[in-house]
Design a protein around this ligand. Structure first.
Ligand SMILES: [Zn+2]
Length: 383
């Protein structure tokens, strides 16, 4: 992810179209060959604990339970409601995202991982090859070009490979397509820790094992956030001047929906109603009724506006059900947004690197975090 951020940074242009960061010879920086020194915000010790913590939880607790559950499923690792067609689609997408596919199609070097712009097509040993160009800083590896139509066959042919297991890598023989199916049975997770006062990311775990699963669950993957969205609704109310100790009836609240749709009246998860509760109690106990009541007072629009100011960038539909967290957001957005609660209502953009030097130690990039404006009042913190 850092590599992608650096590539994006050095692709930035000024208004006149010139590169924003250039070498003394006027050309843009190449992150692979220019010997840059990048100072990240990661804390090595915290990073190690984070990786250990996430792996222990999945290895010893969640994944064993999930495997037990999967063993009963006939269509495993897919749910019985997923059709054969959908499965074919899912597997096809996974195939196209795989490193093997990118290498076979010349989009990535299998040796040094450089992307397509380093790779040329060239006659070599009597047939067409892809070539990782040493003149651009590539590693000079050749591999044969195959026809698009041959690729499915390659993915269905059993081959020697080393696969991930929670007990360590295992050498085996299976087709790449079967390995994709095998990997779909693994639960994934992400972890992000940041200092809420500086925005410095201290630990970033994008998945369970980087070698075998490179999809990032911090900034790329979006998940339905559910009840973790509720604090945005309560923060909207507090910002509008409502008191944390205000008592609200614990009763079903209904929203009128567009013509043809039934009214929407969210239930409490414990199905217990009646009496009055403070906002503090309702938030602490994740009560759907009170959250919906607040949503009705202030409207979805106000909640989306606050969420935006708190760093949520993914699409947010201004609909009543937003209050219970139907939006798909990234862990990065949620961590950044929640950090503003821990930082007196000031949102700070999470950052992963602070400084870049060239090979001679000259500063190429240097940043000090700038807090943005305060968005919440300083309400009472306890009743
Ligand atoms: Zn290469």
């Amino acid at each position: 992810m850092l590599r992608a951020k650096l590539v994006a940074l050095f692709a930035e242009k000024n208004e006149d179209g010139s590169f924003r960061y250039i070498k003394s010879d006027g050309t843009p920086y190449d992150i692979y060959t220019d010997g840059l020194k990048v100072y990240t915000t990661l804390d090595r010790r915290m990073q190690q604990y984070a990786e250990w913590g996430l792996q222990e939880h999945l290895r010893n607790e969640l994944q064993p339970d999930f495997f037990k559950d999967l063993a009963k499923k006939k269509n495993r690792p897919f749910d019985f409601r997923v059709s054969e067609e959908e499965i074919a689609g899912i597997l096809n997408t996974a195939m196209k995202r795989s490193v093997r596919y990118k290498v076979l199609t010349g989009k990535q070097c299998g040796n040094c991982e450089r992307p397509a712009k380093y790779i040329e097509t060239k006659q070599h040993e009597g047939r067409k090859h892809y070539h990782c160009r040493p003149d651009l800083g590539g590693c000079d590896t050749y591999w044969p070009v195959v026809k698009e139509s041959e690729i499915p066959g390659i993915f269905d042919t059993p081959t020697k490979m080393r696969v991930f297991t929670w007990k360590g890598e295992r050498d085996t023989v299976m087709s790449p397509m079967d390995s994709i199916r095998y990997y779909k049975g693994f639960l994934q997770s992400g972890l992000l820790s940041m200092d809420p006062h500086t925005g410095f990311v201290k630990a970033w775990v994008g998945g369970i094992d980087f070698k075998h699963f490179q999809y990032d669950h911090v900034e790329q993957a979006r998940r339905q956030v559910g009840s973790t969205f509720k604090p945005f609704v309560y923060a909207t109310a507090l910002r509008e001047g409502m008191d944390l100790c205000r008592e609200v009836p614990n009763q079903r609240v209904c929203f009128d929906m567009p013509p043809g749709q039934p009214d929407w009246c969210p239930e409490n998860s414990d199905a217990v109603y009646g009496g009055m509760v403070t906002l503090e109690y309702a938030l602490a106990n994740s009560m759907n009724t009170v959250t919906a009541w607040l949503m009705k007072q202030y409207g979805p629009q106000a909640v989306t506006v606050l969420a935006r100011h708190m760093g949520v960038k993914s699409p947010l539909e201004a609909v009543p059900s937003l209050c219970l967290g139907v939006a798909d957001l990234t862990l990065m957005e949620m961590t950044g947004a929640f950090s503003s609660f821990a930082n007196q209502g000031v949102y700070i953009e999470p950052i992963t690197f602070t400084r870049i030097e060239d090979k001679n130690g000259n500063t190429v990039y240097d940043v000090t975090p700038t807090p943005t404006r305060r968005w919440t009042r300083s309400p009472r913190t306890r009743c």
